[in-house]
Design a protein around this ligand. Structure first.
Ligand SMILES: Nc1ncnc2c1ncn2[C@@H]1O[C@H](COP(=O)(O)OP(=O)(O)OP(=O)(O)O)[C@@H](O)[C@H]1O
Length: 253
C-alpha cells in the first residue's frame, strides 16, 4: 500500500502539487487523470523518489520514505517496477537482454535462474519465441509487452506506468490495459497509472484520482465517474461528443 499525506512540491516560486492525500492499495489498478499541466507527472515522479516533496510524506507499506534506512531504500527500488512512456527499451539489446537487465542490476542470480524467470514473464505477457529479437523488430504493442515483462521481472510490489498506451491503437491499448490489470490482481501489486486515455478510465479504472491544478479534485471508480456532478470532472471526461453521448445513454439506463 502507498499512502500519500499532504504532499506539496514546487519549482522555484511555482507550486505544482498543493497538498495531495491519496491511498493506493494492493491488487488494485489506480489511475491518475487530469488536464495537461495538472501535475500528474510531478506526482508520479515524487512517489518514485525522483522529486523530493517540499512538504508531506509518502509511505510504502507503512514506512515513510524519509525514515527509510539506505538498505530499505535499496529494497524499495527493487520493489518498484516502471513502465515508461514509449516503452523505453534498450534498442541495442535483445528482448531477453532487456528483460534480464533489472535482474542483473538487483540480484546475483545465476544466468540459468535469471533466464528461467525471464522466460516465465515473457510467457506471462504472451511473448514467446521473441527472445532474440531486437525492439525495432517488434510492433508497438509487443514492445509494451516487453516493457511490462521487464517491469515485473523482479516481482515488484509496486508498479508505476506513465501513459502506457501512448502510441497504440485503441484495440491494442485495451489489451495492454487488461494485461496490466490482470498482472496487478494476480501478483497483488499496487499499480498506479498516469493516463490521458478515457478508454482506460472506463475499462480498468478501479480507482481514479482526478488532479486539478495540483490538488486532488475528485476520486472514485469508473462507475462513479459516469454519475458524478463534479463540474471539473464532467468537463474533462466529457470534452468529446462521443463521451457526452455515452454518459447520456448510461444515465438513462
Ligand atoms: N522540473 C521541473 N521544473 C520546473 N517546472 C516543472 C518541472 N516539472 C514540471 N514542471 C511544471 O509543473 C507543472 C505540472 O507538470 P506535469 O508534467 O506534472 O503535468 P502533467 O499533468 O503530467 O501534464 P501532461 O499531461 O501534459 O504530461 C507544469 O506547469 C510544468 O511546467
Amino acid at each position: 500500500m502507498i499512502e500519500v499525506k499532504g504532499v506539496e512540491k514546487g519549482f522555484g516560486e511555482t507550486p505544482v502539487l498543493k497538498g495531495i492525500n491519496a491511498v493506493f492499495e494492493p491488487s488494485k489498478t489506480s489511475l491518475i487523470i487530469g488536464q495537461s499541466g495538472s501535475g500528474k507527472t510531478v506526482f508520479l515522479k515524487t512517489m518514485l523518489g525522483l522529486h523530493l516533496p517540499d512538504k508531506g510524506t509518502i509511505s510504502f507499506n507503512g514506512t515513510t520514505t524519509e525514515s527509510m534506512s539506505s538498505d530499505e531504500k535499496r529494497q524499495l527500488k527493487q520493489d518498484i517496477g516502471m513502465v515508461f512512456q514509449g516503452s523505453a527499451l534498450f534498442d541495442s539489446m535483445t528482448v531477453e537482454e532487456n528483460v534480464m537487465f533489472p535482474l542483473k542490476m538487483f540480484t546475483k542470480q545465476s544466468k540459468e535462474v535469471m533466464l528461467e524467470r525471464v522466460n516465465f514473464v515473457l510467457n506471462r505477457v504472451n511473448l514467446v519465441n521473441s527472445n532474440q529479437k531486437f525492439p525495432a523488430e517488434l510492433s508497438g504493442g509487443m514492445q509494451k509487452r516487453v516493457a511490462i515483462a521487464r517491469a515485473i521481472v523482479t516481482k515488484p510490489k509496486y508498479l508505476f506506468c506513465d501513459e502506457p498506451n501512448s502510441g497504440l491503437d485503441p484495440k491494442t491499448a485495451i489489451v495492454i490495459d487488461k494485461l496490466i490489470q490482470e498482472i496487478t490482481d494476480e501478483y497483488e501489486i499496487t499499480t498506479v497509472i498516469n493516463t490521458h486515455d478515457m478508454n482506460s478510465v472506463m475499462e480498468i479504472g478501479e480507482k481514479i484520482i482526478f488532479l486539478k491544478d495540483g490538488l486532488k479534485e475528485w476520486e472514485g471508480s469508473s462507475d462513479d465517474i459516469f454519475k458524478t456532478d463534479n463540474e471539473a470532472v464532467v468537463d474533462f471526461v466529457y470534452s468529446s461528443n462521443l463521451f457526452k453521448n455515452v454518459r447520456k445513454v448510461y444515465l438513462e439506463k
